[in-house]
Design a protein around this ligand. Structure first.
Ligand SMILES: [Zn+2]
Length: 294
């Protein structure tokens, strides 16, 4: 007889992880690995101080993320998938700034820059260097009606592209529970995109199918998420994933979940008696379905 708590023996995937060469970078990925992590979904993070304004700029920024992923693979022997795209905050800020400077011309320039950033990301997807597009979405803070409408239009456009080209989208949206899922499900329908191909990053822990409306929730794995996740997990539609949204920003230590969190939560869920099948879905089957095999 042993009173040792069971430990998860399968793969462990963090579905939303950022790395920064000026942050802890490989050390952070190493922490994830030491805690039992095996798979990282590396999300491109723009330089918010000066996001790219040209095709070449987008391409170079994405190439840097792809190169970081390759270093994590070769130096730490971790599986890494790459998600590339324009962060919705970067677009909103550019739009405001350029409209202020150039009026209607600035507006068109911001729209074109968004489209360029998507196009360049999609090229890498077709080259097999990216596995999905994101994080795309709409501002999670109060913006003008014009920016709100435009963000929604461009998001719909990107969803149509996702439906045509076959990639999944990681969404960064505002934090409401039911209304956000409802809106996104309606937009998917309008765009002809299968709803489960929309992965809601930073998802609240309630994963009941009647709330998530067929989208794929990627639950932020904070300590406080456990109880609700356990209570609703068996009512989910086709599964959920777990993430930290690790930022790798030395100026904000402790502001976000650390790299060891998903492995830790996975074991806590297992010890709390979650259906193991759901953990296999979270760490293996869903990522394979949505991003392809790494
Ligand atoms: Zn993020």
């Amino acid at each position: 007889m042993s009173n040792q708590v069971p430990a998860w023996q399968g793969p462990i995937l963090d579905n939303h992880f950022h790395l920064n060469r000026n942050g802890r970078y490989l050390d952070a990925a190493h922490d994830f690995k030491r805690a039992g992590g095996t798979n990282i979904v590396l999300i491109h993070c723009p330089d918010f101080a000066s996001p790219p304004t040209t095709k070449e700029g987008h391409r170079a920024a994405y190439q840097n993320t792809i190169a970081m992923a390759e270093s994590v693979r070769t130096e730490l022997d971790l599986h890494v998938r790459v998600v590339l795209g324009p962060h919705p905050a970067a677009f909103a800020h550019q739009f405001i700034e350029w409209v202020e400077e150039e009026g209607a011309k600035g507006k068109n320039r911001a729209i074109e820059n968004y489209r360029d950033s998507i196009d360049e990301a999609v090229k890498f997807y077709h080259e097999g260097k990216a596995h999905a597009i994101g994080e795309v979405g709409r501002p999670h803070w109060e913006v003008s009606q014009e920016i709100w409408d435009l963000s929604n239009d461009l998001l719909c456009e990107t969803m149509s592209l996702a439906a045509n080209d076959g990639f999944a989208l990681q969404l960064h949206v505002e934090g409401e529970l039911e209304s956000t899922y409802r809106d996104m499900a309606a937009m998917a329908e309008k765009s002809g995109l299968q709803k489960d191909r929309l992965i809601r990053h930073y998802s609240p822990p309630n994963v009941e199918a009647k709330i998530t409306q067929g989208l794929t929730p990627s639950v932020l794995a904070g300590k406080g998420a456990l109880a609700t996740l356990l209570a609703t997990a068996e009512q989910c539609s086709h599964g959920f994933m777990l993430e930290t949204d690790y930022m790798d920003d030395l100026r904000r230590p402790g502001a976000v979940l650390g790299p060891k969190t998903v492995p830790k939560r996975t074991n806590q869920l297992l010890n709390a008696g979650i259906d193991e099948e759901l953990l296999w879905r979270a760490h293996v089957d869903l990522p394979n379905e949505l991003y392809g095999q790494e």
